[in-house]
Ligand binder design. Sequence first.
Ligand code: IPE
Ligand code: IPE
Ligand code: MG
Length: 262
Amino acid sequence: MTPIKKLFPKRTAAKSSKPGGMGEKIPRHVAIIMDGNGRWAKSRNKPRTEGHKIGAKRVSEITEAAMRSGVEFLTLFAFSSENWNRPKSEIDALMNLLVISIKTHGKKLVKDRVRFRAIGNVSALPKKCLNAIEKLEEKTKNFDGRNLVLALNYGARDELVRAVRKISNSAKIGEIDPNKIEWEDVARNLDTADIPDPDLLIRTSGEMRLSNYLLMQSAYAELYFTDVCWPDFTAEEFSKALKEYGRRERRYGLTGEQILER
Ligand code: IPE
Ligand code: IPE
Ligand code: MG
């Protein structure tokens, strides 16, 4: 296996994209749907939770790979608002793993000066998870340039509903004119208010759907699907996704000719 350091030589000035920029080679923001832990475990006759455990270990490796390659934001889908419908034993295992991972992985984030944040309806998570999240957010809040965002109890529809409620309340008290609401006003009320839109969205495990992940923010994201399950998604696999991204032409509604003229 190629070592991360070789795959992603350290960059001093990241050649990442400007928001809305075109023709960039390194995505500024990569979002990942970390899927396939259960099937990975099942195919090895192991319990699903074993897949989650190995999957959690991949998070450090991919975070390091992303940051080294010049990606400024990495947003990982770790638990969806729909995942509460899973068996209680699996949910409990996932929540325990979350606390352990934040504690162990957190030290490395602080050392590497990576800002950590969570998006989603985080306040509804078990108290021990919320505490661990808030602690690490606080410890890393002054770092910028490198960002790890975990989507926890996240669902795009839930996020939109929460945003609509906030905007409606502002309109009710006369802070905003309903007829003057623009996309920017909506975006400002989403969980990702100060996070740029994803440039590249990766889903592992062969599923080709978005499962309620960053639906608004991914309007112009390049999509990358791989059959590899998340526990096997190494830095090498991540580099394949970045290479594929580099081959894409982002057009934002323009023609190919217009893009060439820019
Ligand atoms: C992704 O793996 C992790 C979470 C959704 C928490 P899954 O647990 O969905 O694995 P599969 O899709 O059942 O294989
Ligand atoms: C999406 O995966 C959620 C996470 C990766 C955390 P799921 O496994 O829950 O999605 P579906 O059910 O296959 O659409
Ligand atoms: Mg799944």
